[in-house]
Design a binder for this molecule. Structure first.
Ligand SMILES: *[C@@H]1O[C@H](CO)[C@@H](O)[C@H](O)[C@H]1NC(C)=O
Ligand SMILES: *[C@@H]1O[C@H](CO)[C@@H](O)[C@H](O)[C@H]1NC(C)=O
Ligand SMILES: *[C@@H]1O[C@H](CO)[C@@H](O)[C@H](O)[C@H]1NC(C)=O
Ligand SMILES: *[C@@H]1O[C@H](CO)[C@@H](O)[C@H](O)[C@H]1NC(C)=O
Ligand SMILES: *[C@@H]1O[C@H](CO)[C@@H](O)[C@H](O)[C@H]1NC(C)=O
Ligand SMILES: *[C@@H]1O[C@H](CO)[C@@H](O)[C@H](O)[C@H]1NC(C)=O
Ligand SMILES: *[C@@H]1O[C@H](CO)[C@@H](O)[C@H](O)[C@H]1NC(C)=O
Length: 463
């Protein structure tokens, strides 16, 4: 009798506690597992059903987070994780999944060729997001929220340039002496024609859809100078960031595999990550397997280390720096046989070992996979690897053509139906087809969580 009474009190007490404390960890983990279980792509015919069940499961948990009382007002790591990380990620996931759901049965649905909507990309959407859900679950289970605290120490070896020198075109500087401070180049103001052109499209037989992404060709005016890193962010520099902040990312990265009869294909490899991207990298090679958000977090960290404003380039800044005053297919001209002097491309070296079925350049750049940043000749703005080595993230929202694009250095945002979760990549990579090494080439992937061992980034710094 007495025991019964005690257990009744205990039961009531526990209920009261859960009402005050909100969503407990066990329930959150259970709901995350339920979301993960919906993330199983079967076939295109089930597209609506699959996206709907994911959306429903995410909404269910997100509703609980929204009413979760923030009693410690952010002093409790788990509360902060729910509100500052999970809730924000769920907003993204709901927006992305709702957009893709609306496309499942769209009359102009395009699942062929190089389309962004081809089925394997939808399949990857679920695999990529699934690892993010697992990462949330692991964070809660292991109570590892260390990266929420970014108590970042300013570099003790700052060397910012003087105000006078920073206005000199092509002036090179570094904001600190440590290896993680990249070499920056002052890019002069000027103008250029952005986008592809018909001569190039015909010569390279660019598929219609891709040609629309690059058009119309239009004039862009860069009204003031800025600084761009001359090289891609290295693995070594990225490791410093992870070491200092305990930054953690979901497991998995898209890699390549070749199967007889199917050619070389992208493959989401759950074992891979930036430290282990499917081939051995020198620390001075570009960091790969990072999402746009990881690149942005890195830029925030570097900004704090240097007291400066580092960020991803806008798409106009990127193309202006890549062209560096040229209007040719590549920054070195129109001759594809010269590629190996200027870029780490898919070439005879890559062919001899990796043997991908993509089209390749008839020259030898001596690198099978990535190479140390800055190993080839720079362009007229002293920029290295703008084409080849790692493909690079920029910060704009995705628009499938340049109708209404900014005519200046600004980021193109949500206006003109911009899709802001789907990051844009510029500059071909070490394994790409020849047509995708052209400066004009651009595309995006329909998942914010996408990453690949062909993609990295470089940075702009405000001056
Ligand atoms: C919680 O923090 C916010 C801002 O950080 C503050 O405005 C608010 O008064 C705090 N609430 C409580 C209950 O401490
Ligand atoms: C990172 O993690 C290590 C080991 O878990 C811990 O000692 C360190 O304090 C953490 N750093 C930060 C910034 O949280
Ligand atoms: C350099 O310029 C910045 C902002 O433009 C200004 O705050 C700073 O005082 C200047 N430094 C010197 C040494 O003139
Ligand atoms: C590039 O510029 C040159 C010189 O102004 C011009 O003759 C040529 O037609 C331009 N090429 C393209 C593709 O715009
Ligand atoms: C590359 O693969 C093709 C089949 O796809 C094969 O015929 C060829 O011998 C391979 N080359 C090398 C160098 O392994
Ligand atoms: C590749 O280049 C070599 C000479 O550098 C040439 O003999 C050969 O015909 C070229 N192959 C192709 C497919 O263009
Ligand atoms: C670029 O142009 C847009 C539209 O005219 C304007 O709103 C924006 O402020 C400009 N950005 C810069 C950096 O000049």
């Amino acid at each position: 009798m007495k025991i019964l009474k005690i257990s009744l009190y205990l039961f009531l007490l526990l209920n009261l506690v859960s009402l005050i404390l909100g969503l407990d960890k066990t329930e959150a983990i259970g709901d995350l597992t339920a979301i993960k279980d919906t993330m199983k792509w079967t076939k295109l015919q089930d597209c609506r059903k699959t996206f709907s069940s994911t959306i429903d499961a995410v909404k269910k948990l997100d509703e609980k987070i929204k009413v979760h009382p923030d009693i410690f007002n952010g002093s409790n790591e788990y509360d902060r994780f729910l509100l500052e990380v999970m809730h924000i990620k769920f907003i993204w996931l709901l927006e992305e999944a709702s957009y893709l759901l609306s496309r499942c049965t769209a009359l102009d649905y395009d699942g062929y060729g190089f389309s962004l909507e081809r089925e394997f990309r939808l399949y990857f959407f679920f695999m990529e997001w699934e690892t993010t859900i697992e990462w949330m679950r692991d964070s809660i289970e292991s109570e590892n929220y260390a990266y929420l605290y970014k108590d970042i120490k300013v570099s003790n070896q700052l060397t910012p340039p003087s105000n006078k020198s920073i206005t000199k075109p092509l002036f090179q500087f570094r904001d600190c002496q440590q290896d993680y401070c990249p070499e920056m180049v002052v890019i002069p103001k000027g103008s250029f024609l952005m986008g592809g052109n018909e001569v190039e499209e015909q010569e390279y037989q660019i598929p219609y859809l891709q040609a629309t992404w690059e058009s119309p060709r239009h004039a862009v005016y860069m009204k003031k100078p800025f600084a761009m890193s001359s090289k891609e962010v290295t693995l070594s520099a990225y490791r410093e960031f992870v070491k200092e902040t305990n930054y953690s990312m979901p497991q998995g990265c898209t890699t390549l595999k070749t199967e007889p009869g199917h050619g070389t294909q992208q493959f989401f490899n759950r074992e891979k990550n930036f430290q282990n991207c499917d081939f051995i990298q020198d620390p001075q090679e570009p960091v790969l397997c990072v999402r746009t958000e990881d690149a942005r977090e890195y830029a925030k960290w570097l900004s704090k280390k240097t007291n400066q404003n580092y960020r991803l380039p806008s798409e106009t800044e990127w193309e202006y720096c890549a062209r560096a005053g040229t209007n040719t297919t590549f920054f070195w001209g129109n001759n594809r046989d010269e590629a190996c002097l200027y870029a780490n491309v898919n070439d005879l070296t890559t062919k001899s070992i990796a043997n991908y079925t993509f089209s390749y350049f008839n020259c030898s750049d001596k690198a099978v996979y990535t190479s140390k940043v800055g190993s080839y000749k720079p362009n007229a703005f002293k920029m290295y690897d703008m084409t080849g080595n790692a493909r690079e993230w920029v910060s704009d929202c995705w628009h499938p053509n340049y109708q209404g694009a900014p005519k200046n250095s600004s980021v193109w945002g949500r206006e003109n139906e911009g899709l802001c979760h789907f990051g844009i990549l510029r500059g071909g990579a070490w394994a790409y087809n020849i047509i995708h090494m052209r400066i004009s080439y651009r595309n995006a992937y329909l998942s914010s969580q996408t990453r690949c061992n062909m993609w990295g980034f470089r940075l702009v710094r405000e001056i």
